[in-house]
Design a protein around this ligand. Sequence first.
Ligand code: 5MY
Ligand code: ATP
Length: 501
Amino acid sequence: MELDKMDENDWKYHGEGNKSLVVSHVQFSRVLRLLKYPAEDSENPPQTAEQAFRQIQNIVDFSSNVMSSFLGEKFIHSGEVVKLPLEFVRQLSIKVQHQRPAWRCDKVMDIYSGCALCLPNLTSPGLHQPTHTPPLCIEIKPKCGFLPSSKHVSKDIKTKMCRFCMHQHYKVANGKWKRRSLYCPLDLFSGNRQRMHFAIRHLIEEPQNNFKIFKGGQCVYSSKEGSDDSVDLNCLLHHLRPYLLHGNNRINSHMTNKAVLNDFIQVLVNALMGGGGGGEGGVVMDRCGEGRSFCEASVFNKERIRHGSQGLPSESVLFRILQTQKLDTLDIEGLYPLYRRVEQYLHDFPKERTCLQIDGPYNEAFLEKLQKCPTEDDGSVEYAAAKVHQYRVAMTAKDCSIMVALLPRSEEEEDDEGLPSQRRLKDFISSRPPAFSYSVSILDLDPKPFESIPFQLRLDQKIVSCYQRTGGALPKGSLPPLQDIFTAAEREDCTLLFHPV
Ligand SMILES: O=P(O)(O)O[C@@H]1[C@@H](OP(=O)(O)O)[C@H](OP(=O)(O)O)[C@H](O)[C@H](OP(=O)(O)O)[C@H]1OP(=O)(O)O
Ligand SMILES: Nc1ncnc2c1ncn2[C@@H]1O[C@H](COP(=O)(O)OP(=O)(O)OP(=O)(O)O)[C@@H](O)[C@H]1O
C-alpha cells in the first residue's frame, strides 16, 4: 500500500462501531480504522492532527503492550498508525456516507487529521491467495462473562442476574433494540458445550451488535439496525449449507436445516474452546467461581445439563478474555471511590497526571503499575490509580470482539494451507461436523478513558433500577419471534439440538 498514491476507489465501507469507522481494501487483506467525532464537532474537530495521531498510537500501544500480555499475543493484531492524504480521506468519507447505518450518523468520520489505524482484514484472511471457498468469519462481542462478588455491590440482584441480561431490559425500554436477546454471556463463558451451544443459538436468533457473519470479507448476516424485521435464517442457511456439506463425503447427501445449524454451532464452539488442547498435558481449567456461574435471567434450564463441564481450557480465547475481565475485582461501586481519590489528587496536583500515566503512555511501566498493585488499600493515590488502570483494562476486555475465521478442509488436505496470512492460532477441527482450519483473533482493544468511570457508575445504577422497576418484565412483542427451526420446545430444551462430541 503506497500511502502517497491512495485512491478512494480501492476502498469500500466495511463497518463501524461507536467510535470508529472501518473501510476495507478491495484487493488486499487490509482495513483502515478511522476515528469518529460527534456530528456537532464536524466543523471544528475536537483535537489537532498531532493529538489524533497520539490517540491512535495509544490504541496501538495499549493493545500491543498491555492487552496482549493479558490476552495472549497470538490473538492480537495491533496494527500501525498511518498518515493519509487529506484529499483521499475527504473523498472516502463522501463515498461511504450513504452506506452508513442512520443510527450511527450522530458521529462523523474524522476528515481532518489524516490519521488512521491500518490493520489486517480479519474477515478476509488470505484474500490475496484466493482458494475455491471463501473463508467464513464469525464476529462475536461476548460482553461480561461473570457475576460480581465484590463486597461493595449494594444490590443483591447484581450477584444473581448478569449485567448483559439486565441491560437488555434497559435497551428495549429505551428503544435501542426492538427485541430482547436471549443470549447470556455466562452460558458462552461456561466452558460447558451444551450451554455454549445454547448461547450461540440465541446470538444467531437475535444478533444485535453481538454477532455477525462474513463470507469472503462481506457481511452476510447481522441485525438490521433500526429495522423491525427479524433476521433471515433461511438466508443464513443458504450461506452455511455448502460449508457444512463440504468434506466427509457429504457433498450430495441431504442435511436438514437443523443439522446445518447444529454443525455450524458445534464448529464454532470447538474453535472457541480450542487453542489449549484436550484435557491432558497440564491444561489448567477455569474452575473459579463455579458456584456463581449461572445467571438467573438466562433461559437455559440448568436441570437439563447432561454433560459435565471441565470449564474453559486455559489457552482458549474465552478463558483469556474472562480472566482479563475479572481484573474488575471491586465492581464499579467499589472502584468509584478510588476514582474520586485520583480525581481529587489531580485537581490538587494537575501535573501529576503524566506521572500517574492516566492517559498513557501505555508502556511497560504502565503494565507494571497495574500488575504490582498491592492487594490491600494503603490509602495512597498510587494504589487508587493502579486499581483504576486495572478496571479500565477489564472494561476493554468486556467490550472487545472475537473474530473466528473458518476454512473447510478436505480430507486429502494434509498440509497446513488454510488461512495463510493471519494465522496466529491454527488448529484442525475434525470429523463430524466436517473439518475446518480456523484462526481466532480479538479486536477492538482500545483503552477506555479515565473520565468514562462516572458514566459507568450512572449506567450501572440505571440498568439495575430499570430491571427492578419492571421486575424483569418486558413489553409485549419484545421477545425474538420463533423461527421455524427453533421451535418453542427447543427454546426450552437446548439438548434437542445438541450433539455430544
Ligand atoms: O457500556 P456498555 O456495556 O453499554 O458498552 C458500550 C457498547 O454498548 P453495548 O452495550 O455493547 O451495545 C457500545 O457499543 P454500541 O455503540 O452500542 O455498538 C460501545 O462499544 C461502547 O464503547 P465506547 O464508548 O465506544 O468505547 C461501550 O461502552 P464502554 O462501557 O465499554 O465504554
Ligand atoms: N481488523 C479488522 N478486520 C476486519 N473487520 C474489522 C476489523 N476491525 C474492525 N472491523 C469491523 O469493523 C467493526 C467496527 O470496528 P470496531 O469494533 O473496532 O469499532 P468501535 O467503534 O471501536 O466499536 P465500539 O462500538 O465497540 O466502540 C467491527 O465490528 C468489525 O466488524
